[in-house]
Design a protein around this ligand. Structure first.
Ligand code: SAM
Ligand code: SF4
Length: 527
């Protein structure tokens, strides 16, 4: 890093000789980009668009996706403003991605705008592209400052290419690859290959062969589940199986040392120019060394690909926020980045494990959940009624007029009281029921069940029992699961109590967490 770059990042700091004598990755990352696990985020991925000119089945539905209106997307100027703030805070590498970044009109200008950030410390400008429409424009992008290119290509067979991407185009991608290989100013070319069992796993050795006389890094990526992408664990080939296959053909494969924060584990066949590696997001994960942040094309900051939380930097900018306000928001988002992405562990890849909370401190946490069971009018009246031998009021029921089923319900006891006790007991059993839930010492459980009648628009009535439970603890993890279990068990108990008279009509629904407080993810109230 140059002295001027250091100054522009830390305008208030006096320079000292020692600061410049130390070198190494991430050295100058400002506190804004350091999370509570001391991970320094010096790598920013910017999505330029949601659009794509291919339809890889594992990524996009064939009919495309619902696109955001253009005015919701970041403008070129907004992208460059955010990029500058991130670079001034310590980002040294920016990757342009998408959707397909090359379909964004202003991409050439964005690359040169990023190139202007080099004096502030930006070292590499990378792009991940499917390469379909890149061959003609790649030289211009390299002239403008592009230094690293990842091309995505899953097959060398034109028919399979069309089958996997729903468009023809293998030739165009290979043309891009050749132009990239003839461009000495590109510092690194990587080929991303998503492996899907039964589809392209038979081509693994062919891809490895490309590294023989080309200085390229082929990375086999484990097929990951995203909403609706037809993922199933049998389509995933663990990286260990691929390595075994490659090692059987090439006895002397050599493990290379990992680049700092690299998500790939790399290997080389002696005498080959290039290398190959594995990105095993499903069977391994890199959370402990994660240095990545993402900005979506509509301007949300995402601190983890697998975390749904997003914070809109676009809205902040459009409300006229100053640079320091934007940096404060970025710092808050980074500060609450989870230690690791939990969702992967919930997926059955044979590696389920609880989250280690030994380093967390115990704090007061509480959560409220609610839900409802719809019941028949008759069941409703049974719960509400008092019983007399001669019915003379609207809510009284003459017990001699009850049928057998109704008597059976009444013999079980008071529905709401039994369900309330069940909710409290259920809550205490949560960790026995939900495999990865931690046992918690609960300090209070309140469960409340009430009968409710709701008038429908057409003058009809819906009868229900609503259940609400609030659970409190002094603990290291939240008590949402305990509150949800209380409500669920309470409502199931209502079902059990009333099934003799209303088994077919009942429906349990609307179970949600309505409030939560305590813990690092902050307080929450469902509106
Ligand atoms: N369109 C560009 C491309 O394909 O390179 C950039 C965006 S694409 C989402 C980035 C990378 O994610 C590609 O290498 C793609 O193969 C990979 N990818 C997309 N869906 C995936 C999935 N379900 N599992 C594993 N990798 C996936
Ligand atoms: Fe997704 Fe990239 Fe394929 Fe487009 S080319 S569908 S963005 S993986």
């Amino acid at each position: 890093m140059t002295i001027s770059a250091y100054r522009s990042r830390f305008p208030g700091l006096a320079l000292c000789a020692r600061a410049f004598s130390v070198s190494g990755p991430n050295l100058y990352v400002s506190a804004t980009l350091v999370d509570s696990y001391n991970r320094r985020h010096d790598y920013l991925r910017i999505s330029l668009t949601e659009r794509c000119n291919l339809r890889c089945f594992y990524c996009m539905p064939e009919e495309g996706i619902q696109l955001s209106p253009t005015e919701k997307l970041l403008t070129d100027e907004e992208i460059l403003r955010l990029a500058k703030l991130f670079v001034q805070s310590g980002v040294t590498k920016i990757r342009l991605t998408g959707g397909e970044p090359t379909v964004r009109k202003g991409i050439a200008g964005i690359i040169s705008g990023l190139n202007d950030l080099r004096p502030y410390g930006l070292q590499s400008i990378a792009m991940t592209s499917n390469g379909l429409a890149l061959h003609r424009r790649l030289p211009e992008f390299i002239d403008n400052g592009l230094t690293h290119l990842n091309l995505s290509l899953d097959t060398l067979d034109p028919f399979k290419f069309e089958f996997m991407t729903k468009r023809p185009g293998l030739d165009a991608v290979l043309r891009t690859l050749n132009i990239a290989l003839e461009s000495p100013r590109l510092q690194k070319i990587k080929l991303n290959v998503v492996i899907v069992k039964g589809l392209n796993d038979s081509e693994v050795l062919d891809f490895v062969e490309i590294t023989k006389d080309k200085p390229i890094s082929v990375r086999f990526i484990e097929f990951m589940p995203f909403t609706g992408n037809k993922w199933d664990k049998f389509k995933m080939v663990p990286s260990s199986d691929l390595l075994k296959l490659i090692s059987e053909k090439h006895a002397g494969v050599v493990r290379l040392s990992d680049e700092a924060n690299d998500t790939a584990r790399s290997w080389k066949i002696p005498g080959y120019q290039g290398e190959f590696g594995f990105i095993s997001s499903m069977s391994d994960h890199f959370c402990s060394t994660c240095n990545r942040l993402r900005i979506t094309s509509d301007g949300q900051i995402k601190v983890c690909l697998f975390d749904a939380k997003e914070v809109s930097l676009r809205d902040l900018m459009r409300k006229g926020a100053s640079d320091s306000e934007i940096l404060r928001t970025i710092g808050q988002a980074v500060g609450v980045k989870e230690e690791k992405h939990l969702h992967m562990e919930d997926i059955d890849v044979g590696r389920a494990s609880m989250v280690d909370v030994s380093n967390k401190s115990a704090t007061r946490r509480s959560a409220t959940a609610r839900g409802r069971i719809f019941i028949s009018e008759r069941a409703y009246n049974l719960i509400n009624a008092s019983y007399s031998s001669e019915s003379d009021s609207k809510t009284d029921i003459n017990s001699s007029l009850l049928n057998e089923a109704e008597k059976k319900v009444l013999r079980k006891g008071d529905t709401l009281t039994v369900a309330q006790l069940a909710a409290i007991m259920g809550s205490k059993k949560t960790s026995d029921l939900i495999p990865l839930c931690h046992p918690l010492l609960l300090t209070d459980i309140k469960a409340n069940l009430t009968c409710e009648v709701i008038e429908e628009p057409r003058g009809t009535w819906k009868y229900s029992v609503a259940c609400q439970a609030t659970v409190t603890c002094e603990g290291k993890t939240g008590v949402e699961m305990e509150a949800l279990t209380a409500v669920t068990v309470g409502l199931l108990t209502v079902w059990d109590m009333l099934k003799a008279v209303a088994g077919k009509e009942m429906m349990i629904s609307e179970i949600v967490v309505s409030e939560k407080s305590g813990g690092r993810s902050g307080d929450f109230t469902r509106t």
